[in-house]
Structures are given as C-alpha cells and as structure tokens.
Write a protein that binds this ligand. Structure first.
Ligand code: PAF
Length: 288
C-alpha cells in the first residue's frame, strides 16, 4: 500500500518539518513529472542519507520566453505516489510567490560555461538553474544533493558552484536511465508523438556510433555521431562534441576519456543525451 508522504508548501512548513528530520539529509531537486530516472535519483538518495527531501518546483527563472514553462507537465498525484514509494520523508512544493516573494535582486551567474552548449540555445538558463539550486540549498540545508548525469552540463555547473562558493553540501551524481528502446528518460519525452519518438531514437544510435568510432579520435567520434543524426529524418542537430565532463572544455591531447554530448530538436522538442567515450582507442564503453 502506498504510504502518505509529508508535504510542505511554505518555507515555514519546510523549516518546521526539516527540524524534525533525523540524521543526514539528501535533497533531490526536481521540476516534477517524475519518471524512472527520478526514481533512481531517489533510490541513490536513500542509499547515501538517512532522510530524503524532494523539491518540486517548475522554476520560471530557467525558462526563456516562448519555452514550455506553462505547458510543463505537472502530474502531482503521481509524483507524490512515487515519492512515498521511495521512502521520501518530505516533499517541498512551493508556489512561485513562496519561492520568489520578490524579483531576485541577486542571481548566480553560470559564467562562460553557462553560455555554451545548452546555454548557447537557452541564454540565462543556467543562471536560473544555479539561482534556484542555491536557494533550495539554503532552504533545505541538505548534507548531500543528488543530480542526474543526463543533464551533464547542469551537473558540472552545480559542482562548480558548490566548489567556488564553498557551499557545505556534497554533490552525488546518479546514472542516466534509458527506456528499453534506448531513449534517455526525460520529462519532455511526453511531448513526442509516436513518429517523433522513433526519430528520437537516433540520439542513442548516434552515441553508440560515436563510441564505436573511438579509434578515430575526437574528430572521428564526432563525425560518426553527427552522421547518424544528420541522416535521420525529423531530427535537427544542434551540437555534437566531446568534452571534459568536469569543465566541459575540449579534452586535451593527453586525455583518454571524454564525454560525448549532443543535442537535437525532434519536432518542437529539444533533447539532450551523452555517453562516456574512450578517445584514441579501439575500445569504448558505449551506452550505460
Ligand atoms: O534538473 C532539473 O530538473 C532542474 O534544472 C532543477 C535542478 C530541479 C532546477 O530547477
């Protein structure tokens, strides 16, 4: 039987409930529409901490005008059911005025990395992400926070913020989860029609092709992945690159491992995916 999970809607309710939590606390920040990828974040949180706190907040600061802020899926009952199933101690679901009682005077800047890759297409996106994540850290005061490897650039930036601002929280990364057909799980997959979903499988195939071309070095990996995307009807490639997973800089000549990252538009839906690749070797890990 599904347990009932404790919910806080206001900062005061959160503070009172947080004070009652025993032992170490892991925060899983989310925008809701929880899927099996989130479940794995919750399970990781349960492995590393005594109490799990989940936040559900569709953060307007990280959406540009014209993006999907208003149509972002909000299946709250299902989110609470999954949270309860995974033993979450507390779900924080603030309203927009509760989270931002005034227009923020100060925002966190994601710096140069915030303008590249995802940031090049979504200006200001990562400033919004880091601002809300810093705020959630201040409100929840977690010992540990869990982020998925699917959003690899977000993970690198959150780690960078925590290191640069000496924030007292440990960041744990949780593996990217795929559906049986290979598509990386994302709340935005709900926007795909059946045909678009078939086209979207090219992203995972492109990663596999890139990983399989590791003997050709970075250029060979990128070319192999790009070819799969470019040949797929209905897929518009945004970027394909091999980067250092920590800095998102180009990998140096002595690096043997990199992160193959890509983004593409399928219909009106923008999808991202990544895989760890060996560079300059005939072996590569392929999809996790
Ligand atoms: O990854 C997400 O769902 C969001 O960017 C996050 C970290 C919850 C901040 O709004």
């Amino acid at each position: 039987m599904t347990q009932v999970v404790r919910v806080a809607h206001t900062r005061a309710e959160l503070a009172a409930a947080r004070a009652r939590l025993r032992g170490s606390v892991a925060l899983v920040p989310t925008m809701g529409a929880l899927h099996e990828g989130h479940r794995s974040l919750l399970q990781r949180a349960g492995e590393v901490a005594d109490s799990i706190v989940v936040s559900i907040f569709v953060n307007p600061l990280q959406f540009a005008p014209g993006e999907d802020l208003d149509r972002y899926p909000r299946p709250l009952e299902a989110d609470l059911a999954m949270s309860a199933d995974e033993g979450v101690a507390l779900v924080f679901i603030p309203s927009r005025p509760e989270m931002y009682p005034r227009e923020p005077v100060v925002r966190i800047s994601a710096g140069a990395l915030g303008d590249r890759f995802e940031g090049a297409t979504r200006p200001g996106h990562f400033d919004g992400v880091l601002t809300v994540v810093a705020k959630l850290f201040g409100l929840v005061r977690p010992d540990i926070a869990i982020f998925g490897r699917k959003d690899a650039q977000q993970l690198a930036l959150v780690r960078g913020m925590v290191a640069d601002l000496e924030l007292p929280v440990r960041i744990e990364a949780s593996p990217l989860i795929r559906d049986a057909d290979g598509l990386a799980l994302s709340s935005r997959n709900k926007y795909l029609s059946a045909d678009e979903r078939q086209s979207a499988l090219a992203l995972a195939r492109a990663l596999n092709a890139g990983a399989g071309a590791s003997g050709g070095g970075v250029d060979g990996i990128i070319a192999a992945a790009r070819q799969v995307l470019d040949e797929q009807h209905g897929v518009e490639t945004d970027y394909v690159a091999v980067v250092d997973p920590d800095t998102f800089d180009e990998i140096g000549p002595s690096s043997t491992v990199g992160l193959l990252v890509l983004a593409a538009r399928v219909g009106t839906t923008r999808l991202i995916d990544n895989v760890c690749v060996e560079v300059g070797s005939t072996f590569s890990e392929g999809l996790r």
